[in-house]
Design a binder for this molecule. Structure first.
Ligand code: CA
Length: 225
């Protein structure tokens, strides 16, 4: 599949023409006819690229772009009828990848789309952290031990993640407090002991052995003995 493209364009004839050409090139295409619908679709969908008209009813293309960029870095090519320096500059400043002035030759648009898609960073593989029988899928926030799911609270998950990112390294209570609870956490350091006790109980049960070890006077270490 060449990619999935959202066309946000209120001029139906242009939108239809571009849609047919893109489909012919093998792209999957969705369309929106005004700024608000375009923004909603761009936010909700998994698009490889957005073709965004500037002069739109509802929200202007530049406003759609501004709001989209708060959440997503989907490549955007602006379509503008006005060949004005201001539109180009503000569009590129706001994070557009490129722009094309109407009327355009479809070949030029297709070339710019290919370029924008090539620049798209390769999707990083979803990191899975492992140690011994433990496997943590950080994107899905799932933990398994020996293939068995381990249900963790958010805090327990974050504690285990810090362990897995620092295998076989002794971590102090203060390290957990600053990295998991945040630097401004004010409270007793024994909150760490409490959470590690919960976590250890769950892991021991699922893994069938102890992997979190107490290092007296120093802290804790995740290690497979
Ligand atoms: Ca328009």
């Amino acid at each position: 599949m060449a990619g999935r493209i959202l066309i946000v364009e209120d001029e139906a004839a242009i939108a239809r023409f571009v849609e047919l050409e893109l489909r012919h090139e093998g792209y999957q295409v969705d369309k929106a006819e005004d700024g608000r619908a375009g923004l909603e679709q761009a936010m909700a969908g998994q698009y490889d690229l957005v073709l965004l008209d500037i002069m739109l009813p509802g929200l202007s293309g530049l406003e759609v772009l501004r709001r989209l960029r708060r959440e997503k870095d989907t490549p955007v090519i602006l379509l503008t009828a006005r060949d004005t320096v201001m539109d180009k500059v503000s569009g590129l400043d706001m994070g557009a990848d490129d722009y094309i002035t109407k009327p355009f030759a479809i070949e030029e648009l297709l070339a710019r789309i290919r370029t924008a898609l090539r620049k798209r960073p390769a999707k990083a593989p979803e990191p899975v952290l492992t140690l011994g029988p433990i496997a943590m899928d950080t994107a899905r926030r799932q933990v398994r031990c020996n293939g068995q799911a381990v249900e963790l609270t958010t805090r327990e998950f974050d504690v285990l993640r810090l362990f897995l990112e620092n295998p076989e390294i002794v971590l102090s209570r203060e390290t957990f407090l600053s990295r998991v609870w945040g630097y401004d956490y004010v409270g007793e350091t024994n909150v760490v002991d409490v959470y590690i006790r919960y976590l250890r109980g769950k892991l021991d049960a699922a893994c069938g052995k102890s992997l979190i070890h107490t290092v007296r006077g120093v802290g804790y270490v995740l290690r497979e003995d």
